[in-house]
Unconditional design. Structure first.
Lengths: 384, 217
């Protein structure tokens, strides 16, 4: 879809803004360029639609070198959204939305229809078509800015900090809306931002840049889990790394190690005394090899006490367990949704290795919310 | 009281003549500004695009502006002779600065982000000028024309000295006549009136041309 081959941009005085950049972007991918100011992220983006010329190297868009294409035609086939929105103040919203259509000499009917179609995408009423930009709020204006970029249905959209100038609440809702829109329309997006939260939230792939070079280009998860170097770590920030931790923590890291168990073949009598000694109301049943078989709880014992002698006769074999390596965030979701009190943790061989209880989760939440810096670091250290 | 009486008598007796000179005066001013506009608007656009020239051009315009109108008119008369054309050329020279300057400022004031957005949407340079820059600059350019026309009406009055006619001719006649106050007034009051009306009408057009009904801003 979009390929950067050894792209270099040098300014007239010889200082390089982008150095030997190589990157391949697939169709439908949402790529965020992020980095401190002056790292060359905007320059990189603007080279794609030739607002800035490449000094060396080549950018290929749909397997054609952009240098072989007429810049005006090229720009009409690539959407563009900027932070300052840049709506034409002397044109109505309708004229603004279908600006590219006007340049492509669409018929009036086609323009009207397209404008209405697009306005529906962002749930704005049709009356807005005849308003002027200054009559709209900032968030609404940027929605129109996004629609303008979508008007001619370009496969690729470039966005330069599009939500940077909006207040946090509006920004949040626009991000949600846009991510949804992107999935629906399956556009390829190149998105420049300096807001790490935004990048992690929106992107399929985050490209971290510094001094005109790519430091790391990876999925948000991968970047949080394995920052390439200190710069990335610093750029992510300690808070985010720790906050990001639950995202990448595995169940094995937070489970409690010694769940109360009984072996198959144990009598119910013995099982009850184990429960009493350990102050629990249910027991996990394992066999000789510590393989998880099921569980018994006080209720089932009570019901079947007279009929049965051994635990395997009354145990519930249909038990929900999670693997050690599964991600905590998925597990938490399951635990909460199923309403279970605990989940046994097993390894590859179905052997019981630990347990995650609601109390474990409560501790985790407590640490995240009330733990001070020290405690957080300790929590992170123990989690590792 | 007698001056007012004399004034009314003169105006009553020479209304046709005053009307003729009024239109002649106005046409000279309008032509002068028009010719200046034909030169100055493209010039203003040009220096707005090629910034380095702007200080030179605007300095030159200012220098022309500092020459007393009567002196300039006398010099141009040596080349072009007596008559209307000399007055129009002088006026055109004086109009270059306000029109060029306003065109320059109007073009420079167009929001850079709007230009970037237009450019990135695939506008050619000419489309950008026609669809974005000029519509957004037009009210400022209009203000320049307005200033030029009001100044021009004053300058054309001096044109009477080089035989260009207009309301200035009536004033000159008055200064030459004994007890000519009434005649001077018959020339001066319509001149002032013309300037005020021109200012008002062009001001109205200027507001009308404000881009995108942006009055609310």
């Amino acid at each position: 879809m979009l390929e950067f081959n050894n792209v270099t941009k040098r300014y007239a005085d010889g200082t390089p803004a982008v150095k030997n950049l190589n990157l391949k972007i697939d169709k439908g991918e949402f790529v965020c360029f992020i980095g401190p100011s002056g790292c060359g992220k905007t320059t990189t983006m603007k080279m794609v639609n030739r607002l800035i010329d490449i000094t060396e190297g080549d950018i290929r868009f749909d397997d054609k070198s952009i240098n072989d294409q007429d810049p005006v035609e090229l720009r009409r086939s690539i959407g563009y959204v900027i932070q300052q929105i840049g709506l034409m103040p002397h044109m109505t919203i309708k004229e603004n939305i279908v600006l590219v259509g006007t340049l492509l000499k669409w018929s009036k009917e086609k323009k009207d229809q397209r404008a209405r179609e697009l306005l529906e995408l962002v749930d704005l009423p049709e009356e807005y078509l005849d308003k002027y930009p200054h009559e709209l709020s900032g968030g609404q204006q940027q929605r129109i800015g996004v629609l303008r970029a979508l008007a001619s249905n370009p496969p690729l959209i470039l966005m330069d900090e599009p939500f940077g100038a909006l207040d946090p609440i509006t920004r949040d809702s626009l991000q949600e809306e846009f991510k949804k829109l992107q999935k629906e329309l399956h556009k390829t997006i190149v998105f420049v931002t300096h807001d790490m939260d935004e990048a992690l939230k929106l992107a399929d792939r985050v490209v971290i840049m510094r001094d005109g070079e790519i430091v790391q280009a990876d999925t948000p998860d991968e970047i949080l889990r394995n920052p390439a170097n200190e710069f990335v770590e610093e750029f992510l920030g300690k808070d985010r790394l720790i906050q990001g931790r639950p995202d990448v923590t595995t169940v094995g890291q937070i489970m409690e190690g010694c769940p109360v168990t009984v072996q198959t073949g144990t009598t119910l009598k013995e099982a009850i005394s184990v429960m009493r000694d350990k102050h629990v109301d249910s027991l996990l049943v394992v066999d000789m090899d510590n393989t998880l078989q099921g569980f018994i709880d006080i209720e089932s014992i009570n019901l079947n006490y007279k009929k049965a002698n051994h635990v395997e006769e009354v145990m519930e074999a249909n038990i929900f367990s999670v693997a050690e390596e599964s991600l905590l965030r998925d597990t938490v979701h399951k635990i909460l949704r199923r309403g279970v009190k605990y989940v046994p943790v097993v390894n590859d061989a179905q052997q019981l290795t630990g347990i995650v209880t609601r109390a474990t989760l409560a501790n985790l939440v407590y640490d995240t919310i009330w733990g001070d810096g020290m405690e957080l670091e300790e929590a992170a250290a123990t989690a590792e | 009281m007698s001056i007012l009486q004399d004034f009314l008598n003169y105006v009553g007796a020479n209304s046709g003549y005053i009307m003729t000179q009024f239109f002649r005066h106005f046409l000279m001013a309008a032509y002068g500004v028009l010719f200046a506009a034909i030169i100055s608007i493209p010039l203003g656009i040009f220096i707005a695009k090629y910034g380095r020239l702007s200080s030179w051009v605007l300095a030159l315009g200012s220098i022309i502006q500092t020459i007393p109108a009567l002196g300039a008119m006398a010099v141009i008369m040596i080349v072009m002779g007596l008559g209307t054309n000399t007055a129009i050329v002088t006026l055109a020279l004086y109009s270059i600065l306000p029109i060029t300057q306003n065109t320059y400022v109007g073009m420079k004031d167009v929001d850079k982000t709007v230009i970037e957005a237009g450019y990135a949407s695939g506008m050619t340079k000419f489309q950008l000028l026609r669809m974005v820059e000029l519509p957004l600059a037009v009210s400022v350019i209009m203000a320049g024309l307005r200033t030029a026309l009001v100044i021009g009406i004053g300058i054309v009055a001096i044109g009477a000295f080089i035989g260009a006619g207009g309301l200035g001719a009536i004033i000159v006649t008055g200064t030459n006549a004994t007890d000519g106050t009434a005649i001077i007034l018959a020339g001066a009051i319509p001149t002032a009136l013309m300037a005020i009306i021109a200012d008002f009408v062009l001001g109205w057009i200027e507001r009308l041309l404000q881009p995108g009904n942006m009055k609310a801003l």
